[in-house]
Design a protein around this ligand. Structure first.
Ligand code: ATP
Length: 608
């Protein structure tokens, strides 16, 4: 006998089974609480009713009941008409009252509809005087809350029609799925809008409370745009729709700051994209200028002060650039600095050399492997708009990102690098420069410099082996790309300081540079904090140091400002070097995060 059989001899129905379950289960349940629970659950009246209904329905499904007649409602009417006034008997009166009851009438009419299988709604007949050319219209009713509708309209220049210009992704209009770009607006709350200006229509909408009814002529739908893939970009400029007179609707604009990560929701429109801030839970997108549009208008803007023009205005021994014209962006004409190996706190900073950044020492010609052309500054590719990015997290065993420090001379780059090296010499390293000058007695090849012949140096220059190189007293000096690679391949963090115009040449999948701009504090703070420090002055052939002057401070601040204006879109972090310890801690923490956390990098760096 099956465990749950009722023992009555016939197949147990579901309901009977349910009734028998508690007693059948009792021997198998040890805990009294479980037993009570089962008793309650299977004894529940509503469960029994449900099972009963289920059984009945199954029974009817099996017996396939057919209607006795398809017109119960007209029959009831006929009966009522027949009996009306014929007899005063109580039964007849009661039957007449019953048949006149609206519920009974409705029940009979539903019965007839089911019997006749008339399930589809009946459409009213088409009016005979319909104009063949008239468009079909759609009546849409939306309930308005405080949230903007998320749609913009425009007047079609040729037809004068009011057209839905844009549906903001995730906004109420988008979520409704009822209004689409290209739909023609005919009426709002029964008010015809054909003769109205878009502003007047907006006013009608603003004044409406609760439900709004639109009458629209549907336009052609662009299904392809619905499935557009989403992408993320890093904004390389600040944007505030309030200051933008070209935006079709300021309220629909999305403000953002340089460095913000934006999720692009739609690129349907070549001029105005739709985007949200990454991670924003509000589904509504806002308008932002498209990349092409922003590039075009930035290209027409006046060029900013360049570092070279700024340098021309500064003091003293600046030699005229040899390779650049006055407004060239290149820093190719700046001095190369070389000094002897540095010792700090007993720790030998092997190969710790100054790089070829703008410096106060004797100015000689430094060249980068990438000569900046005059036109390069306004090259379209250089116009900072958006950069497509993807999340990236360094995996254990992967090479480290190259750490690039930039900043005006004297700001403290060497000091910060030195502190990092001392803090963890096994983890951080700096490049060893190449030189064609003869090795001095106390120097070691590959430690202080890589000593190579002038001829080989020249060949290497030809072969673009140096990120920067320069000439000093007839000898070449340079930082090779291989010296960076050598550090990275040892799974160490390579610290490099370069002129800012070289950053873009290091922005490759191989180096994935993390660029830190070190900025000076105000001149007042420089005066307070840099009382002791010495800057290197190379007026004589022998290196010498001298204290900072007022002019040095001013130049440092001005250069920083210019660097920021020109290159800030390439900086991933800005540190103000006011208090050295604070600046160092900030840098140390940021570098830790870069190594361990997920951050955004250009999508181009993910496929080498
Ligand atoms: N925050 C700070 N407070 C006080 N002194 C500082 C600070 N940062 C750097 N200095 C000092 O300023 C001087 C110049 O710093 P450092 O040599 O690091 O500059 P730099 O950016 O490498 O410039 P350069 O390229 O000209 O060498 C050094 O004497 C250094 O100790």
């Amino acid at each position: 006998m099956p465990a749950l059989a009722t023992g009555t001899g016939h197949e147990p129905g579901l309901y009977e089974l349910l009734a028998a379950l508690p007693s059948q289960l009792q021997p198998h349940v040890n805990c009294s609480e479980d037993n009570t629970f089962l008793q309650d659950m299977f004894g529940e009246r509503s469960l029994h009713s449900l099972v009963k209904i289920h059984e009945r329905l199954q029974h009817y499904e099996e017996s396939k009941p057919a209607p006795v007649l398809e017109g119960a409602a007209p029959l009831a009417r006929d009966v009522s008409d027949e009996l009306e006034g014929k007899s005063a008997s109580q039964d007849v009166k009661e039957l007449l009252k019953l048949l006149a009851n609206p519920h009974v009438k409705s029940l009979l009419s539903v019965h007839d509809a089911v019997a006749q299988k008339k399930y589809d709604p009946e459409l009213p007949p088409l009016p005979e005087d319909i104009d063949d050319d008239e468009d079909s219209v759609k009546i849409i009713r939306l309930v308005k809350n405080k949230e903007p509708l998320g749609a913009t309209i425009r007047r079609d220049e040729s037809t004068g029609a009011i057209i839905v210009a844009r549906i903001m992704k995730g906004g109420p209009a988008d979520r409704s799925g009822l209004i689409h770009v290209g739909d023609e607006l005919k009426e709002v709350n029964g008010i015809p809008v054909d003769d109205k200006k878009p502003e007047e229509i907006i006013r009608i909408l603003a004044q409406s409370q609760g439900a709004i009814t639109f009458k629209v002529v549907p336009g052609a739908k662009d299904e392809a745009s619905i499935k557009e893939p989403q992408m993320f970009v890093k904004a390389l400029f600040d944007y505030d729709p309030k200051d933008d007179n070209t935006i079709p609707c300021k309220e629909a604009g999305l403000a953002f700051k340089k460095g913000c990560i934006l999720q692009i929701m739609s690129q349907d429109d070549a001029t105005w994209w739709q985007a949200k801030h990454e991670g924003d839970t509000n589904p509504r997108a806002g308008l932002i200028p498209s990349k092409q549009f922003q590039e075009r208008r930035l290209a027409f803007q006046q060029p900013v002060t360049t570092l070279s023009s700024l340098r021309r205005s500064t003091r003293r021994s600046l030699t005229a650039p040899q390779t650049c014209t006055a407004d060239c962006v290149s820093l190719d004409d700046v001095t190369v600095e070389f000094e002897d190996a540095d010792y700090s706190g007993g720790f030998h900073l092997a190969g710790f050399r100054r790089s070829f950044r703008l410096s106060r020492r004797d100015r000689k010609t430094t060249k980068s492997m990438y000569e900046a052309k005059k036109s390069e500054m306004y090259d379209m590719a250089d116009v900072p708009t958006y950069e497509e990015v993807v999340p990236y997290r360094r995996q254990r065993g992967d090479k480290h990102r190259l750490v690039v420090l930039v900043g005006p001379t004297g700001v403290g780059l060497s000091e910060l690098k030195k502190k990092l090296l001392i803090s963890d010499p096994q983890h951080f390293s700096v490049t060893i420069p190449h030189t064609s000058r003869p090795k001095k007695n106390q120097e070691t090849d590959g430690v202080d410099y890589h000593f190579i012949s002038k001829q080989l140096f020249e060949t290497d220059i030809q072969n673009n082996k140096f990120i920067e190189h320069g000439e000093y007293k007839g000898n070449f000096y340079g930082t090779s790309l291989d010296s960076i690679r050598s550090i990275l391949s040892k799974k160490k963090v390579c610290l490099l300081d370069v002129q800012p115009h070289l950053i873009k040449h290091l922005r490759t999948a191989e180096f994935k540079p993390f660029v830190v701009f070190v900025k000076p504090p105000t001149v007042d703070r420089l005066r307070e904090t840099r009382k002791k420090p010495q800057i290197i002055s190379g007026k004589d052939d022998k290196d010498s140091t001298k204290p900072f002057t007022e002019e040095d401070f001013q130049e440092m601040v001005n250069t920083a400002q210019t660097m920021e204006t020109q290159y800030s879109h390439l900086f991933e972090m800005v540190i103000v070097n006011d208090n050295l310890d604070v600046a160092f801690s900030e840098l140390q923490l940021a570098l830790k995060k870069v190594e361990t956390e997920t951050h955004w990098i250009p999508v181009s760096w993910t496929h080498s």
